[in-house]
Ligand binder design. Sequence first.
Ligand code: ZN
Ligand code: ZN
Length: 263
Amino acid sequence: MLASYHNHTWRCHHADGTEREYVEAAIRAGYTIFGFSDHTPQVYPDGFVCMSKMEPEALEGYVDTVQSLKKEYASDIEIHLGLEVEYLYTLWEPLLRLLEPYPIEYLILGQHYLGNGVREPYCGARTGSPERLRLYCRQTREALETGRFLYFAHPDLLNYTGPEEVYIEEMTALCRFCREKGIPLEINLLGLRTDRNYPNPLFWRIAGREGNQVIYGADAHHVPHVCTPSLIRKADAFRAACGIPDDRLLDVLDLGKQDRIRL
Ligand SMILES: [Zn+2]
Ligand SMILES: [Zn+2]
């Protein structure tokens, strides 16, 4: 892997490590491109605070820090400034206004909550409800239709335990949509590392059949997780078992040429 686009920092309250520590780990690991995509700030109504995101007041420090490291390490590594974002219906436009003044280079979609994200169950919590599965598919599809996302992080986060045929039908439609739009799907290495419900082999066999392009996302929340070759080997074996050939695995994404991305 030459590039890594899904990495967090201490600012989101459930990760640790400074931006500089991540950059130095990325250089040691031999990456040529390293992107930060910490959990976006969101301004919720009624003073609600989501403790797994950076606060809106932290955004400026995040941007300034990444931008100055970008200059400082320019001869060693290409650094990019991104965010992992949820598409929450009533908060979407206010979020774009909040981000607008900053030189954010890319967004990845990580849909951890549905609806408007206020006091909602986490998508990784088990659910047998086909309705919730359909809502997840509808909401993420609507997100991707905005054209704002570089890729879809852990698209299989929803921990659905209901009838399998419903899952296959819904996820086939979602994968097909992503393939038609040219949106890569992320095989999440954090999920693989910690044996979460994702990556879900059922989902990735569907992506295999539908011909999706995929990318690995470290989703590093700790500096030592920036690069782990053994995990990449595990991901390669997982991907092969799901029928996704090497030529559909992306690595470096040309942010400048992503003309479907409107920022
Ligand atoms: Zn996180
Ligand atoms: Zn993440």
